[in-house]
Design a protein around this ligand. Structure first.
Ligand code: AMP
Length: 359
């Protein structure tokens, strides 16, 4: 495994695997620090290709192209977790990759992720591994309904998920997922959702942003509000949860921990995103150092930036055809559009952040 002996100097190249909006905003933050980016994406068109000087379009498991990509990069990262872990491990043998394949392997699989979180003594919804209709029935009987069946891998924005009330529905969901390895989770009657976006650098320093409250609609993040309804004690606990996770993964870079705030006030970990996160977009305008700059700093071996928040903020996603109202949106706050050609249903086209004087 290659480690970074000294920081990547201005003019150096950060490789980013994945060319979506997160890669795009990472590339823009890197440019501000005088660093170049090379975006690796598996399709020819990508939002991040529009803002980077170097680009590669090839399959994520194409070893020849991965080798060429590694040659031009000083350090490498990724902007989404549904990548072949073998490719990240391969890149790691050539250049420093942050975060590394070990963190990716744990967090891209819901069962290993929840087992890891539980092993740290942190709370989660009750969960069980299910691989067949019979196991789904048995798990629902044990955990009790209602529950949610989630495929272990490749799920996002509610894809690969089904809410189930009873054993028959659990079995039916497994049939719909064609028996894909899954987990059954007990349904949490939470008060609200929140997240904590934080960063850890290779020397172990840690910095977390104020945890926002998150509102989802149709399984997609609608808005993040900071400050939300978390108490100061809950916000502290959220930061401690993030630190515990980051330290035990020896994590380098920005990550997010999605949380359920239970009605009794306790915090349950829903999932870990090993990357910059939609619920951290407000940091671009409201904080001294955005989550994107922070991630680039950590990957490049620079000192972490200041996570202090100057203003209150509400970040709202612009989804599907809502982007047609770009003029109205542009008047209403700091508008970010991701340069996506087609406004498909449920597709994140941009976001708008509205600032308010700090309360
Ligand atoms: P996930 O893909 O695991 O982040 O789930 C997407 C969304 O589904 C979450 O943000 C919650 O709104 C909801 N959800 C997921 N798991 C549960 C659960 N165990 N109990 C209640 N709601 C859940």
């Amino acid at each position: 495994m290659k480690t970074l002996d000294r920081p990547v100097k201005p003019g150096g190249v950060i490789g980013i695997i994945g060319g979506g909006q997160l890669g795009r905003m990472l590339a823009m933050a890197a440019a501000r620090l005088g660093l170049k980016t090379c975006i690796y994406n598996d399709e020819n068109h990508a939002p991040a290709f529009q803002v980077t000087p170097l680009q590669v379009a090839a399959a994520y498991d194409d070893r020849n192209t991965l080798t060429g990509f590694a040659e031009i990069c000083d350090a490498i990262t990724f902007e989404f977790e549904n990548l072949p872990v073998e490719s990240i491990a391969f890149l790691e043998s050539l250049k420093p990759v942050r975060p590394g394949s070990a963190a990716l392997a744990i967090t891209q699989d819901r069962f290993s992720e929840k087992s890891f979180v539980a092993s740290l003594g942190l709370k989660t919804a009750p969960f069980a591994e299910v691989n067949s209709e019979a196991e789904a029935r048995a798990a629902l009987g044990k955990i009790g309904g209602p529950g949610i069946i989630k495929t272990r891998r490749f799920g996002y924005d509610g894809k690969g998920q089904a809410k189930v009330a009873n054993a028959d529905e659990a079995a039916k969901a497994m049939a719909t997922f064609k028996g894909a390895p899954s987990i059954l989770e007990g349904y949490v009657d939470f008060a609200f959702e929140a997240s904590v976006v934080a960063a850890r650098s290779a020397d172990g320093s840690f910095a977390a942003y104020d945890p926002p409250e998150n509102i989802h609609e149709n399984h997609i993040l609608r808005r993040s509000i900071v400050p939300g309804r978390l108490t100061a004690a809950q916000a502290d606990e959220a930061r401690q949860i993030a630190r515990k996770i980051a330290d035990s993964l020896q994590y380098v870079g920005v990550f997010a921990v999605e949380l359920f705030v239970a009605r009794d006030g306790s915090l349950l970990v829903n999932e870990i995103a090993p990357r910059v996160h939609n619920s951290g977009h407000w940091t671009i305008e409201a904080c001294a150092c955005s989550q994107f700059e922070q991630h680039i700093r950590a990957v490049a071996g620079w000192p972490l930036g200041d996570t202090v928040r100057h203003t209150d903020a509400v970040m709202e996603n612009v989804i599907g055809a809502e982007a047609d109202a770009w003029e109205t949106l542009a008047r209403s706050g700091a508008l970010h559009l991701y340069g996506k050609q087609e406004a498909k249903l449920g597709r994140k086209m941009g976001h708008v952040t509205r600032l308010k004087q700090k309360t």
